[in-house]
Design a protein around this ligand. Structure first.
Ligand code: TZP
Ligand code: MG
Length: 226
């Protein structure tokens, strides 16, 4: 399956971000605005609710042919029949997740250093989530803020080692900085990201469809300062 990582929506169900919003409606609007892949990230619901919510989101994402991944929980991904998972360094290990999910599943891994990026790429992850780029209230317990320079050095390490793995970055990205992030993490002849992942820039937006459209057009048009 060819996956478009260009605008990756990661959900949040906390009051601070979701406010009184209805997550399935936000996800639908975001996809209509140009989101290409969705991760259901919910750190508070119990297992039964995670599965119920994942199935509800999947009913929407499937209509648009957009893959849905589950954060952390391989069991929830299997139970809800979605396309894959996103795992961090403290979650189930990649090889076990792949064994359980099968070869066709999309598996993403978080990497915060060159070493983590190379290890996940040397396994059979489909993509890496690089970051945290900028400090963000959405996730306060991040181990490291790597900045654009940190993302660039992870991309270089992957490239030097001939890893063709797909990459997105995450953390504090919004319409006002996305073009600079894409520009500063890559170079005209060097490795570059396949997309960017955002939470609050879409989930907390007053008009998620419009925000997704704006981000999408910024991502797909060249940076003015290149
Ligand atoms: N992982 C690293 S930062 C982050 C996650 C899930 C949250 C990013 O949220 P936002 O609102 O896009 O800054
Ligand atoms: Mg995790």
């Amino acid at each position: 399956m060819v996956v478009d990582y260009s605008l990756y929506l990661v959900t949040d169900s906390t009051k601070a971000i979701l406010k009184d919003g209805h997550l399935p409606s936000i996800v639908k609007a975001a996809i209509e605005g140009g989101v290409t892949i969705v991760q259901y990230r919910d750190k508070t619901s119990d297992t039964a609710d995670l599965i119920k919510n994942a199935k509800e989101l999947h009913a929407i994402t499937k209509q648009y042919g957009v893959p849905l991944l589950i954060n952390d929980r391989v069991d929830v991904a299997i139970a809800s029949g979605v396309e894959g998972v996103h795992i961090g360094q403290d979650d189930m290990d990649l090889a076990t997740a792949r064994n359980l999910l099968g070869k066709d599943a999309i598996i993403g891994v978080t990497a915060q250093s060159e070493e983590e990026a190379l290890r996940a790429a040397g396994g059979d992850a489909d993509y890496l989530g690089l970051g945290t780029v900028f400090a963000t209230p959405t996730k306060e317990n991040t181990k490291s803020i790597v900045g654009c320079a940190g993302v660039r050095s992870m991309l270089s390490a992957l490239s030097v080692n001939n890893h063709k793995i797909k990459t997105v970055c995450i953390g504090g990205i919004n319409a006002s900085n996305v073009q600079r992030v894409l520009y500063q993490t890559g170079s005209s002849d060097g490795p570059s990201l396949d997309g960017v992942a955002v939470v609050s820039a879409i989930i907390a937006a007053s008009d998620p469809k419009e925000s997704a459209q704006e981000l999408k057009s910024l991502i797909t048009s060249p940076a003015p300062f290149a």
